[in-house]
Design a protein around this ligand. Structure first.
Ligand SMILES: [Zn+2]
Length: 263
């Protein structure tokens, strides 16, 4: 009898303590949930606001000097402006920019840096006037020697209203390798977009003076036309990319706004 009673009491005590335990767990869980809500609630809204601001911003390209909004990205340009001197950088402003003039160096296997350094050395050599606004190297590197709005000595009668681009090449055919060609397409696309030039404002040195420059594009007229097509196609592609980004951003903005409203 005693034993039975004892068991009963023990059972009751156990039951009571398990009830207490459940209560404690419950209350603690409520505290944790409330705590999480307090910590996370405003944060979640902040995150949403940040997301709205961040993702809706269209990825236009801001141009450093012109503060223009451009579709075509600025390629990597290594600015190594020449010292102002009478033989390679007279410091004379152009009369605006009407043409991009493409050249070849006619000196196989030389690098962009070597040609840049040669232009720079002319201030001391003083035996010839020669330069270009840009030189593109065998690895596609682009060195700027003369600012866009200053005259370079490359394109004779068109120096006063053009930007000149010299290109390195491996042999006497004057054919540009893939890296050089690729950078040339991107640089010309960028410059024609920046200065609002059309396809027929991309010209060869040959078109100015009849000089066999750039040789490969004089010998292969079809490749020259193809090159200009590629420049224009790249520009269009860049425009489409930005426009589809706009559409995506609109969709996201609308979605996030409707999410915020329903909260
Ligand atoms: Zn030339």
């Amino acid at each position: 009898m005693m034993n039975k009673d004892h068991k009963k009491r023990r059972k009751k005590r156990l039951k009571r303590s398990s009830h207490t335990l459940i209560w404690v767990i419950f209350v603690e869980a409520v505290i944790v949930v409330l705590g999480l809500m307090i910590v996370l609630w405003p944060k979640e809204n902040e995150e949403l606001d940040a997301l709205l601001e961040q993702d809706v911003k269209i990825d236009y390209i801001e141009d450093d000097d012109a503060k223009l909004t451009l579709y075509v990205p600025r390629p990597d340009i290594d600015e190594q402006l020449l010292t102002i001197n009478d033989y390679s950088r007279p410091g004379t402003k152009t009369d605006g920019i009407n043409y991009i003039v493409v050249h070849y160096l006619a000196n196989p296997k030389t690098t962009a840096q070597e040609n840049h350094d040669y232009f720079e050395s002319l201030k001391d050599l003083q035996n010839v006037s020669m330069s270009a606004n840009y030189v593109i190297g065998l690895e596609g590197e682009i060195i700027q020697c003369v600012p866009d709005d200053e005259i370079a000595y490359a394109s004779n009668g068109e120096n006063h209203d053009s930007i000149s681009i010299e290109n390195c090449h491996m042999d006497t055919t004057g054919k540009f390798n893939e890296a050089t060609y690729d950078s040339l397409v991107k640089l010309v696309a960028y410059l024609t977009e920046k200065y609002e030039l059309d396809r027929d404002q991309i010209i060869r040195h040959y078109d100015v003076t009849g000089k066999e420059c750039p040789k490969y594009f004089v010998d292969h007229e079809d490749r020259w036309e193809e090159f200009k097509d590629e420049v224009m196609a790249y520009r269009e592609q860049c425009q489409e990319d930005v426009k589809s980004q706009e559409t995506e951003a609109d969709v996201l903005a609308n979605y996030l706004e409707s999410e915020l409203e329903t909260e």
